[in-house]
Design a binder for this molecule. Structure first.
Ligand SMILES: [Zn+2]
Length: 287
């Protein structure tokens, strides 16, 4: 009997859960809200309890310890989501479901999903950026997630803030996430990003702010694919606006090629993260 794999995309507002034969043959999926850890984890364990699973792959919000040699592997170390600091995901799954886990950040998982099955198939260096309630970025080099000593926190890089907007990041105020996430747009314009009309000047400002971060990513990592996902990017006009702002700011310093092919939408739509988590659930050798 082929054992099934499990996948969890643990996000700030909801968790996507799946049981699958392969990363793109999902047999059963569910979405549960991310509430306090006790209730949320119980809902997750209830979902998986009927299955005999080989392993569960988890793409999670961070910051989280990803060093698999560490006794604290899977430990959430910050109160980035209220109540979740000091929860050890690896230990929780092992104690409650007797199953091993492979854990990465939610954005690395999304990048892995896109590399295997989405728009990143032929790319050597992929950056996946999600722009929603926060900003996060994952980096893959030749299909392997780059975590470095801890893991990347692209959303917390600094970008120019010419109008001295205070920003919304609890830790830094006006970092990239503080200036360009969905909640930051709401604070700047006094209306939820999802309700801003298409012609509103907010989108030109947002494109400029996103492009500043993307230009820094280009300068640091020279990616051949930058995938922009998350709720804010539902505003499709942002893609061409961001590309033209990147061109303007980079100012022809090096050739960037065809930006329509470099700065793109996720090929898997909203499924990049859960597909990536299922790939992780297949074990590191599968990636
Ligand atoms: Zn920050």
């Amino acid at each position: 009997m082929t054992l099934l794999v499990g996948g969890v995309e643990l996000g700030g507002t909801k968790c996507v859960l799946a049981v699958a034969k392969s990363p793109i043959e999902i047999l059963h999926r569910a979405v549960v809200p991310t509430e306090n850890p006790k209730k949320t984890l119980q809902n997750i364990f209830d979902f998986f309890s009927d299955y005999e699973l080989n392993r569960i792959g988890i793409g999670t919000f961070g910051p989280v310890i990803l060093d698999s040699e560490s006794k604290d592997y899977g430990l959430l170390i910050s109160e980035s989501k209220k109540g979740w600091k000091n929860i050890n995901l690896s230990r929780e799954f092992s104690n409650n479901l007797q199953v091993d886990t492979t854990i990465d950040t939610d954005v690395n998982a999304a990048a892995i999903g896109e590399y295997r099955y989405g728009v990143g198939k032929d790319s050597q260096t992929i950056v996946y950026v999600t722009i929603g309630t926060g900003i996060g970025g994952g980096l893959l080099v030749n299909g392997k997630s780059h975590t470095g000593d801890f893991h990347l926190e692209l959303g917390h890089m600094r970008i120019p803030n010419a109008d001295n907007f205070a920003g919304i990041c609890k830790f830094h105020g006006d970092c990239w996430e503080g200036l360009a996430s969905g909640p930051s747009m709401e604070k700047r314009w006094g209306i939820s990003a999802s309700e801003l009309s298409e012609p509103h000047p907010a989108w030109d400002k947002e494109a400029e702010l996103l492009a500043y971060g993307i230009v820094s990513i280009i300068a640091n990592h020279s990616p051949d694919k930058i995938i922009l996902g998350g709720g804010v990017m539902k505003q499709k006009q942002l893609y061409p606006k961001v590309r033209s702002e990147v061109l303007r700011i980079w100012n022809d310093y090096t050739p960037l090629g065809n930006l329509s092919e470099m700065i793109v939408e996720p090929g898997l739509g909203l499924d990049s993260g859960i597909v990536g988590a299922l790939i992780l659930g297949g074990g590191p050798a599968q990636i």
